[in-house]
Write a protein that binds this ligand. Structure first.
Ligand SMILES: Cc1ncc(COP(=O)(O)O)c(C=O)c1O
Length: 394
């Protein structure tokens, strides 16, 4: 059964407040359905307490809600419950891995990596005096052929995006995982753009770590997840230390909790986890295959519509969930500003991927990223409005 975006829109209060809004900046963050907003509100109204410590009913209820949230989120990506660490966002998860994983060898990143993926590992390389190599992009994807020349016995860790936030194309993760395994290298997957939009199974992908952000998948801001293989999480040192992550503290010795608690120092974002679990339930009820098909169809329509306009060029073809484009008649920022006057929200700039922009020899793109509540009418309005932009600047 295909999605009914006009019906779904009714679940999102933002569209009641802004009935003419065409929101096409979902790769940056998604809007929140009432179900998520209500779950967060209910937590604060009825269930609020700190977790893990209290011996009273309310504390036990809050602890249970947090535990259930972890189970829901772990099942969504087919991880075991104790392999999901709650973090603030993908950025924090990537910093955690880059900081805490012990490994030998060099680091392989990709040219297209978001700064949040790239910078933690660059800092680690600097700290340890390790070499970094970059997997090049070919038509919006990592080239396996080139990766075969780059990933080798010297490689200790490979980090790559599942779906790029610039190109919206799925990288050949299984092939890269295979290369990493052949060379005994760890593999980290940035799922910030894939987990909201398609079924993702960490076991099937066979990655060591994967990160994603709640706010890009209908959940609240300030909550995200790190998947890590159990054995690796057990072997890693904690990223931050403090309350909630220790078994015992004596002057002579400190003993950490088992993962995932070991990585969740201090009071976590309990309401955020509850909200994220509700977002996962919402997406699961829709069906991730339907979500993926809907986004792919809209992305194709956007791509075709834009490419039919003279002076407009999409950066790649056959994008999955988002489309980046440039125009000969206006700078990306000017395009986004004029679209804003038409009540269309898109993003313009380098999308936190400056090295990739440098490689493409462009200053930036306009990025259009649809989601479950976007309709064909939204796409038509976008294309008509880009035509208007052309008139304004011609
Ligand atoms: C591919 C990719 N990785 C990482 C991030 C960072 O996500 P967050 O800002 O939620 O940490 C983003 C955000 O846009 C992204 O698109």
């Amino acid at each position: 059964m295909s999605l009914k975006p006009s019906e779904l829109k009714k679940d999102f209060p933002v569209f009641k407040e802004h009935p003419d809004l065409v929101y096409l900046d979902n790769a940056a963050t998604a809007q929140k359905p009432l179900q998520v907003i209500n779950a967060v509100e209910k937590f604060y109204r009825e269930q609020n307490s700190n977790i893990g410590r209290g011996l009273y009913d309310l504390a036990e209820e809050a602890t249970l809600k947090y535990r259930e949230a972890r189970k829901t989120v772990s099942e969504f990506v087919n991880a075991n419950t104790d392999e999901i660490v709650f973090v603030r966002n993908s950025t924090e998860a990537l910093n955690l891995v880059a900081d805490s994983l012990e490994f030998e060898g060099d680091i392989v990143l990709s040219e297209m990596a978001h700064h949040s993926e790239q910078l933690p590992f660059r800092r680690r390389a600097e700290r340890d005096h390790r070499e970094i190599s970059y997997l090049p992009t070919e038509n919006g994807k990592i080239s396996v052929e080139k990766a075969e020349q780059i990933i080798g016995p010297e490689t200790g860790l490979v980090s790559l995006s599942h779906v790029s936030n610039v190109f919206g194309k799925e990288n050949p993760v299984r092939d890269i995982v295979e290369l990493a395994r052949q060379n005994d290298a760890y593999i980290v997957l940035d799922g910030a753009q894939s987990v909201p939009s398609q079924e993702v199974d960490v076991k099937q992908l066979d990655v060591d770590f994967m990160v994603f952000s709640g706010h890009k998948m209908l959940g609240p801001t300030g909550i995200g997840a790190l998947y890590g293989r159990k054995q690796l999480l057990e072997d890693m040192n904690p990223y931050q230390v403090g309350g909630g992550m220790i078994r015992s503290v004596r002057k002579e010795e400190v003993r950490w909790e088992e993962p995932p608690k070991k990585f969740e120092a201090g009071t976590p974002n309990i309401a955020g986890a509850v909200g994220l679990a509700e977002a996962v339930n919402y997406l699961t009820d829709l069906g991730m295959e339907e979500v993926e098909t809907h986004e792919d169809e809209l992305a194709q329509k956007i791509e075709n519509g834009l490419n039919s306009l003279e002076g407009v060029e999409t950066v790649t073809e056959n994008s999955k969930s988002l489309v980046s484009f440039t125009a000969s008649f206006a700078h990306p920022h000017d395009i986004a500003e004029v679209l804003n006057q038409e009540n269309i929200a898109v993003r313009a700039g380098s999308h936190c991927a400056q090295p990739q922009m440098e490689e493409l020899d462009i200053s930036g793109t306009v990025r259009v990223s649809p989601y479950i509540y976007n309709t064909e009418e939204d796409v038509e309005k976008l294309i008509e409005s880009v035509k208007k932009v052309k008139e304004v600047f011609s």
